[in-house]
Ligand binder design. Structure first.
Ligand SMILES: [Zn+2]
Length: 306
């Protein structure tokens, strides 16, 4: 995956919470987690909205505020100015990817007479307070519908390689972010609100939401090299077959069956599925990628989820 050396980056689409220093008010990073009743309630809320993207043991706790970090984009603004920076530095590549994803949806919404609302991705470390409650990095990247923002501890990408055994690479990270923005699109379109409760199961609303977010990620990927961002040029100049294979590999490693059996050492139990099987996740990403049409992502009207 390569970026246009001359295209400008918009760091305002990221909120960098990774700095040190105490924070009061607003979103602050929090310390290590503990799971209390509050945590369970928050987990329920997250699950209900399809927010948590890894069924890892959640560790939330409002009493865990230890470290803080205000939004401080100074370093990103200094380092991430153009596509050349994105080609050289990982943080900047993610800024570029977020710009591209949101550029795509802006165009897509405008095409159907709607207005897309751009929202930031918060880079945090350790833990974070959101309007959905507090979360530690253990929950993986997530979208919080209450404040319409994406949250990610970039350490997740290391975990994806080391714990999940994924190949990694920038485009794999792009897939993860595009999936989270897929949840934002569902929030804007009202799709997420149609799913009530947090029931699991192979054809549950939760699984349908997650597979649709994968499909939306694929739709963006189809348009990645043709979507102009604010600078008027496509930010991404190249996505290779190897990049696509890396994303599919990752999709296969965050499927419920893979996590249950390969990571959890348990028997595969479809009644506990919340995100879909590995094969289903790959199938729906591929559907979006092949068609380039979010309209092909109607996981709610099909009996064949894969
Ligand atoms: Zn998701």
């Amino acid at each position: 995956m390569r970026f246009n050396e001359d295209a400008e980056l918009d760091v305002s689409q990221v909120e960098d919470l990774r700095g040190s220093g105490g924070g009061v008010g607003g979103r602050v990073a929090i310390g290590g987690g503990g799971l209390g009743i509050v945590g369970l309630v928050l987990y329920f809320l997250f699950s209900q909205f399809g927010g948590v993207d890894l069924p890892a043991a959640p560790s939330f706790g409002l009493d865990q505020v230890e470290r803080g970090g205000r939004v401080d984009n100074a370093r990103l603004a200094e380092e991430c100015r153009t596509g050349a920076d994105a080609n050289a530095k990982q943080d900047c590549a993610l800024v570029a990817v977020i710009n591209s994803i949101q550029g795509y949806w802006k165009q897509q919404f405008a095409g159907s007479g709607r207005t897309y609302q751009a929202v930031p991705t918060n880079f945090f470390r350790g833990g974070v307070n959101t309007r959905c409650g507090s979360a530690t990095s253990d929950v993986g990247p997530f979208y919080c519908p209450a404040d319409s923002e994406v949250y990610i501890d970039l350490g997740f990408f290391t975990e994806l390689r080391q714990k999940f055994g994924a190949q990694g690479g920038t485009f794999t990270q792009a897939y993860v972010l595009a999936h989270e923005y897929g949840h934002h699109v569902q929030n804007l379109l009202g799709t997420s609100r149609q799913v009530r409760g947090n029931a699991t199961g192979p054809t549950s609303g939760s699984v349908r939401l997650e597979l649709q977010a994968d499909c939306y990620a694929g739709a963006w990927a189809n348009h990645a090299t043709t979507t102009p961002t604010s600078s008027g040029k496509p930010l991404i100049t190249q996505v290779t077959q190897q990049d696509i294979n890396g994303a599919l590999d990752a999709a296969g490693r965050i499927g419920d069956d893979f996590i249950q059996s390969q990571l959890g050492g348990r028997r595969v139990d479809p009644s506990q599925f919340s995100h879909g099987s590995s094969q289903q996740r790959q199938k729906w990403f591929t559907t979006g990628l092949r068609t380039g049409d979010p309209g092909s992502c109607d996981t709610f009207r099909t009996n064949d989820l894969g």
